[in-house]
Design a protein around this ligand. Structure first.
Ligand code: IPD
Length: 264
């Protein structure tokens, strides 16, 4: 089921990536806070994806990051981030992806994430495992002391940043190193392929993690909110890991730090 749709989505993601690569010096607008931006290319890519994906699966509806586009009225709907890593895109840091998830009867069944700069196409179809450019990927088997931890300190809302810095410091003392790549979807795909092992963001939205989180689970990993929320639209924070033990390792440190703060 959905195999042809997956092939079609991969083709559409690649064409969306071409729009990103063809753009230069796009107009940038602020979105809510001075550190959160949207460009004319985010809007152009989202319009392109909406038109193409709705035609690919007639009857489906569409949720996109930009312009409050949220129609979940169909049994099949798309969750799309046209450019995850918009700040990277504006600064030509070449770590931004197109992210597309398909939800069927309330569950993710397909995820496609494309980085046009590296030509990495990540995708997964329910029950079939995860792939990067046609090659099967799986999570690492590293233990905490050998893990690389990817995170962000809430760039668009810095009110909780100091707590996340303290959490990072604790994890940094145990693990090998930390990365902040600036695209949640790309970092979760890197966790799916085993290059990164642990992941935490205090604030994320469904379009940031729906596709890549699904690719991660199909690659053998695990994703949740800090307090175990599975519903994509109710999940606020996101934790992810290569295995359940490491997820609990992460969860324990984060909750200890959160509770230490509230008991002060
Ligand atoms: C953002 C990126 C970033 C993460 C933010 C996201 P955007 O998505 O994934 O890495 O730290 O929380 O909102 O705004 O570039 O689509």
């Amino acid at each position: 089921m959905f195999r042809n749709i997956c092939d079609g989505t991969i083709d559409i993601a690649r064409r969306a990536g071409e729009i990103m690569l063809d753009s230069s010096d796009p107009e940038v607008m602020d979105k809510g806070t001075k550190d959160n931006h949207v460009t004319e290319i985010d809007l152009k890519v989202q319009q392109f994806l909406k038109k193409e994906l709705l035609a690919l699966l007639p009857g489906s509806t569409f949720v996109g990051e930009e312009e409050d586009d949220d129609d979940r009225s169909s049994d099949d709907y798309w969750i799309v981030d046209p450019i995850d890593g918009t700040t990277n895109f504006i600064r030509n840091l070449q770590m931004s992806v197109v992210s597309i998830a398909l939800i069927h009867s309330g569950e993710p069944v397909m995820g496609v994430v494309y980085n046009p700069y590296t030509d990495e196409m990540f995708y997964a179809l329910k029950g079939n495992g995860s792939f990067r450019n046609g090659k099967k990927i799986k999570v690492s088997d590293r233990k905490p002391e050998n893990c690389i931890f990817a995170t962000s300190w809430g760039a668009y809302d810095k009110s909780g940043s100091s707590e996340t810095f303290r959490i990072s410091e604790k994890i940094y003392g145990i693990c090998e190193d930390i990365r902040r790549m600036g695209s949640a979807a790309y970092e979760l795909c890197k966790t799916a392929e085993g290059s990164i092992d642990l992941y935490y963001e205090p604030i994320l939205h469904p379009w940031d993690h729906a596709a890549a989180g699904f690719i991660l689970t199909e690659a053998g990993g695990i994703i949740s909110s800090v307090y175990g929320e599975q519903d994509l639209f109710k999940r606020n924070s996101v934790i992810a890991a290569n295995n359940p033990d490491n997820l609990e390792f992460l969860r324990k440190i984060i909750i200890e730090e959160k509770e230490r703060k509230t008991s002060q």
